[in-house]
Ligand binder design. Structure first.
Ligand code: TRP
Length: 361
């Protein structure tokens, strides 16, 4: 257990600084609300909360390119190909997040399972669910059969996770939900008592106003006494951050470029993607890594579905993702304002990453 440190928060400040908003917001819960009613009536919700269409992507790209400064919704990075590339990013030596969080979870899972008691595990943005297997093992060792509901925007990666976990862990009952986080919010109450997992510092991909809405929805969805396990990147080292988002093998660059390859595949955009560069830089003022696609030649992004075309100039940078980094003495009181009380904080010795066990009061 020596890689595990339980931290105490000595000093509590107000919530962190506000930074400029960066991504379009989507609120569309009608479909999910209907499913929530079905779930409340005791019916098993169907796996598909929402089939994402090329038109959704077209509309999002057109909105993002119409915005000044230009930005794209990071949700669309995770198609089948993008999710696969992201799994590779997680394996890179520079990308310490996944490895560090995995080690923290390996040390802490037993303690977490003991603290929550038997609960259903629901995971937002599960990806391949490899890290989660550690937690699932601890729950079944302590409490017997476990119910696990991964939620992900990528259907292919969900199917993979479901197959792998079902094959490896017959005592885990997997009920995957394909959809966005927002689609899953109205269903949360139907899983209570539950532990909601939100790992990988994915919360850092929301800007501060999106995060406010996210936590409001989580707080509204969870029942008093339910738990949330949150993974956050707390690394302060600019060099380590730069390396993590610019891996030597080039997977980060491939990930950014894939968003434009997806435009070619789904929107018929005919972009020359090799000439689009990945730029990731740590912005210490806003404590976030900012990831851009830089066009090294002038090109047009044609969106045939909408009959629109956007000219992108040589040297222009389009924001594709932000990844905020956190301070626990801001994060803990911030979460408390949503009725999410930190029960325990687990971290690595170098304090690069933290896993927070929260309880809805
Ligand atoms: N969720 C990941 C993170 O914030 C996203 C990410 C990692 C990413 N590496 C990237 C996005 C490279 C674009 C390019 O850490």
């Amino acid at each position: 257990m020596d890689s595990l440190t339980a931290l105490t928060i000595e000093k509590l400040y107000g919530s962190g600084d506000r930074e400029p908003a960066v991504a379009p917001v989507r609120v569309d819960l009608n479909q999910a609300q209907v499913l929530a009613l079905a779930a409340a009536a005791g019916q098993k919700p169907p796996a598909d909360l929402r089939a994402e269409t090329a038109m959704d992507f077209a509309v999002s790209v057109a909105r993002g390119l119409s915005h000044a400064p230009r930005r794209l919704d990071c949700r669309f990075l995770y198609d089948a190909r993008g999710s696969e590339i992201f799994e590779r990013i997680c394996e890179q030596p520079e990308y310490y997040l996944t490895r560090t969080e995995g080690a923290i979870l390996a040390a802490a899972a037993g303690d977490i399972a003991r603290r929550t008691g038997p609960v259903t595990l629901v995971e937002l943005g599960s990806g391949s669910g490899i890290k989660t297997q550690i937690v699932l093992e601890a729950y079944s060792a302590r409490h017997g059969p476990v119910r696990y509901t991964p939620v992900d925007i990528s259907k292919s990666i969900l199917e993979l996770a479901e197959q792998e976990i079902t094959a490896k862990m017959p005592h885990v009952k997997v009920e995957a939900l394909h959809g966005t986080y927002e689609d899953a919010f109205p269903l949360l109450a139907s899983y209570s008592p539950c532990l909601l997992l939100f790992l990988g510092s994915t919360v850092g991909n929301l800007d501060s106003s999106e995060a406010d809405r996210f936590w409001e929805a989580i707080a509204a969805g969870l029942m008093p006494g339910d738990f949330c396990l949150l993974g956050v990147d707390i690394n302060e080292d600019p060099d380590a951050l730069h390396a993590a988002y610019n891996d030597g093998a080039g997977y980060s660059a491939a990930f950014t470029r894939n968003l434009f390859e997806r435009m070619n595949r789904e929107l018929g955009a005919s972009l020359n993607t090799p000439s689009i560069e990945h730029v990731a830089a740590y912005n210490p003022e806003w404590r976030r890594v900012e990831i851009f696609a830089r066009f090294t030649s002038t090109q047009s992004i044609d969106i045939s579905q909408l009959g629109r075309s956007f000219r992108v100039g040589k040297g222009e940078q389009i924001l594709t993702e932000v990844s905020r980094k956190f301070r626990l003495n801001h994060m803990v009181p911030y979460l408390a304002t949503f009725g999410l009380a930190a029960q325990q904080i687990y971290s690595d010795e170098e304090k690069r990453f933290a896993v927070l066990l929260l309880r809805r009061v």
